[in-house]
Write a protein that binds this ligand. Sequence first.
Ligand code: GAP
Length: 504
Amino acid sequence: MANQDEFFKKVVAHAKEYGFIFPSSEIYDGLAAVYDYGQLGVELKNNIKQYWWKAMVQMHENIVGLDSAIFMHPRIWKASGHVDAFNDPLIDNKDSKKRYRADVLIEDHIAKIEEKIEKEVEKAHKRFGESFDRQQFVTTNQRVLEHQQKIDAIRARFAECMNANDLEGLKQMIIDLEIVCPISGTRNWTDVRQFNLMFATKMGSVIDDSDTLYLRPETAQGIFVNFLNVQKSGRMKVPFGIAQIGKAFRNEIVARQFIFRMREFEQMEMQFFVRPGTELEWFKHWKEERMQWHQALGIPAECYRFHDHEKLAHYANAATDIEFRFPFGFKELEGIHSRTDFDLSRHSEFSGKKLQYFDPELNESYTPYVIETSIGVDRMFLAVFSHALKEETIEDGSTRTVLSLPTRLAPYKAAVLPLVKKDGLPEKAREIQHLLMPEMMVQYDEKDAIGRRYRRQDAIGTPFCITVDNDTLSDNAVTVRHRDTMQQERVSIDNLNQYIKSRI
Ligand code: GAP
C-alpha cells in the first residue's frame, strides 16, 4: 500500500510538472476537488473524447449525438428522482469538524482488513517463493480466514443498512467497528444524515423557490427529455441511441483521489432505446462492446473487470460496472445499466407529454426501454495516465520516466529534433514540422543534447521522435525513434506522414 501511495503521488506530481493537470485556482490555494487541464492534458482529454465519439457515433449508424444545456427545468430532477433520492449518508466528527461519508468510512475499514490479508500473502509468497499458490493459501491459512470472516460479516451488515436506508444502523456500525476520525483520532461522531449531492443555483432576478435550478449531476437526463425531438427529427427507428459528452456536477462529500472523484467533471453517456423485452439482450451486447472498446487501447485485459450489481436501483433490472485497476485498487470506471422505461415514463408523467414510439413493424406504440453506458472522461484520463506512467532502467543502467500512452491518445504524435543547431538542420527540421502539422500534433525542440530531448518526449508520451541529422540533407531521410522500444529506423521524408499515421 505504501508503494501504491508513493506511486499515486508520482502520478499527481507528473501530471502537474508536465502541464497535464493543475489544481484549480491554485494561486488562491486551490478549490477542493476541482482541477484544470493544462496544455497537454487538454490534448489527451480531447483524444479520449474523440476516441469515444468515433466508436459510439461515427461507427454506429443508429447512434446520433446531442449537446444539451447544463441548465434544465427544475421539474426534470424531481421526475428523475434526484431531488428526493440523490443522497449520500454524511457523518461529522465533532472534534475535528471534518465531514465524512459514513459508507466510505466503513469501506475504508474493510480495505484495511483486506490490506492485512495482502500482507500475509506477501509474507507467505516470500517464504515459499516460486512454488507459492495464492489460491490455496488464502483458502487455508487460519489468519487469512479469520480476516475474511470479519470482512464478510461487515459486508453483510453494511448491505442490510444501505438497502434499508438505515442511518442509525450505519452509525452503530461505525461505533461497533471502533472507527476513529483520521484527523482527531476520536470517536466523537454526530448522527448520520442524508446529504443531497446536487448543486443548486438561482435563475433570473426574482428570489423564489420556483427559480431554483440545479447544475446537472448527470448528462443522461438531457438525452431523455430530447428523446422525441431526436427520434422525430432524425426519423430514428428503435433500436437507436443518443450519445452526449458534457459536464456534470456533484457536491461530493468526500472528494479525493485526485481526478477520480471531482465536484465538476465530464461524462460520456449513451442511452440506447430498445423494444421492451429485448433489454437484457442489449445489456449483454453493450457490456461486451464497451469492454472491447477499453481493451482495444492495448491496456492488458487483467486491468479490467466487471462488477455486477447485486443491489439494483429501483428503476434498473440489470447493472454492471467496468472496474479498472487504479493505483489505489480496482474501482468503477464505467457503468452500464438497464434502466427499463423508468426515465421516459417519469418524464411523461411529470411533463404531461407522451414520450412513446410507434413501432411500424409491430404496429403499436410503447415506451422504449433503455440501456445506458456512462463513463467519466476524467476517470478514463486517470486510468490511461496512471497505467502509462513508468520508471524504467535501461540498458546503460540509467533510468528514464516514460508515459507509454496508447499512441492514438498521446497529446503529441511526433517531435522533430535537429541533431545540432547549425548546418541547416533546424531549417530542414522546421520544414518537416510544417509538413506534419496539418495532419497531427507535432512539437519542435532544438534545446539541449539529443538524449535529454528524447527523455522530455518520453515523459510526455510522444510516440515518435524524428531526428534530423547531416545525412538528412543528402538522403532526404530521418531517424525515427520509437518511445517504448527506443529502437530507431531510417524513414524517407516522403513516407513520413504515412509511416506515422499508419501506426496511430
Ligand atoms: N447516468 C448514470 C450515472 O451518472 P454514475 O455511476 O453515477 O452513473 C457514471 O456515473 C460515471 O461517471 C462513473 O462511472 C464515473 O466514471 C463518472 N463519475 C461519477 N461521479 C464522478 C465524480 N464525482 N468525479 C469523476 N467522475 C465521476
